[in-house]
Design a protein around this ligand. Sequence first.
Ligand SMILES: [Fe+2]
Ligand SMILES: [Fe+2]
Length: 159
Amino acid sequence: MTNDMKPEDKRLAGITLKNPENKMGFKPFMWNNRYSVYVDEIDEQHQHLMKLIRKMRAVVETQLDHRIQSNVLDELLDYTHYHFNTEEMLMTEYQYPFSEIHKRQHDEFTFRIQEFRADFYQGKVQTFKILSFLVNWLFDHILVSDKELGRYLNSKGIF
Ligand SMILES: [Fe+2]
Ligand SMILES: [Fe+2]
C-alpha cells in the first residue's frame, strides 16, 4: 500500500468514525465507561477488541506491508469470532429473548467482514476501509445491542 491516501480516504479512515470521543477531543478507541455493558467478561473482551483495533490502526497508519496488515486483520477477526461466541453462549444459557436478532447482527457482520477479507487478499480493498467499517459497526453494536444484552444479563444476576 502506498502512502498517497486521498483526503476522502483519510476521512473514511478516521474522522467518520462514529466514536463520540473524537468530538470530545480524546484519543479515539480508548476504553471509556460509557461502553460498559456491566458484565465483566463482555467488557474485558470489548476492551481487548479495542486494543486490537488500535493495533490495526497503527499498522494501517504506518502503511506496513500487506502481509503484516493481513496478520493483524486475521488476529482481529479471529478474536471477534471468539467474542461473538461468548455473547451467544450467554444468550442461550440465560434464554435472552432477543437472541435471534442479536445473532443475526453478528452473522451479517461476519459475512460482510469475510467479503472484505477476501477482497483484501485480492488487493481490491485497503485495510483502512475495513477498519472504518469495523469501528463504526462495533461501537454502534456495543452501544445499542450489547448494552441491551448486558441489562438483561444484569437482571438475571450476571455482572
Ligand atoms: Fe454482540
Ligand atoms: Fe460485543
